[in-house]
Design a protein around this ligand. Structure first.
Ligand code: ADP
Length: 264
């Protein structure tokens, strides 16, 4: 297949570019010469069996995984060559959504939402906000967008799992990142909840000034990926084996996807 890296006309404006990138853990290749270019504003689903390399690819994008070869560019920055300060600044522009929500249960919701600002706040400011929350109206507006404004001052661990998921998404909203990386955000949820969380996640991709954030999300459920994303990238054994726009997904594609599922 033709790698998107070569095919994309919008490379200059890519949110994520991987060119011939390989990652190894010990002597085992986790990613094997990956070529991938994700345009700004695009919603890309990474699908493939467990162990295919999806988390590793997301780790490259947030600069926590170092390649053994190839070139990585995230929002115009090479994280492998960036200074600690530049890397910190880059991470401030990247939002993370995980299965584990990383909320602090005993704190009020407003503080967990404000945690989205920690990348830009000094330690003193963060401590001050714990005593008397700052940016309360922005936190309320973010909670409003995910439908739980009434819980602004509630203790976070008193909220249901679904409500806590919304708090985590409100935290992304106040962070206002350009790129959101989501690693299996719906893996442990029933189909109805998974659908709801994907809708909410895609809802927070609309940025404040009307621009669209870029989303790269790993998903097990192919149909869910088709319903919510623009493009499906299939990984298998560390290689890109499928790269299609959802409009190109037909019945034949489904069969190819099922071919992704079992490890040979
Ligand atoms: P996926 O997210 O698709 O399940 P991963 O990126 O987690 O895949 O893993 C890709 C490959 O790299 C697998 O073979 C996995 O066992 C291996 N791997 C991932 N993380 C580590 C690690 N920290 N140490 C050693 N091997 C790892």
């Amino acid at each position: 297949m033709t790698p998107r890296w070569e095919a994309s006309r919008d490379d200059a404006d890519a949110a994520l570019r991987l060119q011939g990138v390989s990652v190894a853990y010990g002597n085992r290749l986790a990613l094997d010469g990956i070529n991938l270019s994700v345009r700004r504003g695009e919603r890309v689903a990474l699908v493939g069996p467990s162990g295919a390399g999806k988390s590793t690819l997301l780790g490259l994008a947030n600069g926590t995984v170092t390649p053994i070869g190839g070139r990585v560019e995230v929002l115009g920055v090479d994280p492998t060559a960036a200074s600690p300060g530049a890397l910190r600044a880059l991470r401030g522009r990247i939002g993370a959504v995980h299965q584990q929500l990383n909320l602090i249960g005993p704190l009020q919701v407003v503080h967990n939402v404000n945690a989205g600002r920690l990348g830009t706040w000094s330690r003193l400011r963060a401590l001050r906000s714990l005593v008397r929350p700052l940016h309360v109206e922005e936190a309320r507006a973010a909670l409003e967008r995910v439908g739980i404004a009434a819980y602004l001052h509630a203790r976070t661990d008193r909220l249901s799992g679904g409500e806590q998921q919304r708090v985590a998404l409100a935290r992304v909203l106040v962070q206002d990142p350009d790129l959101v990386l989501a690693d299996e955000p719906v893996a442990s949820l029933d189909p109805a909840r998974a659908e709801e969380v994907m809708s909410l996640l895609c809802g927070v991709m609309d940025g404040q000034a009307g621009e669209r954030r870029t989303l790269v999300v790993s998903l097990h459920d192919f149909d869910l990926a088709v319903r919510h994303c623009d493009r499906i990238v299939g990984l298998r054994q560390g290689r890109v084996v499928l790269d299609v726009a959802v409009e190109e997904v037909g019945e034949g594609t489904g069969e190819r996807i099922y071919d992704l599922t079992p490890d040979p």
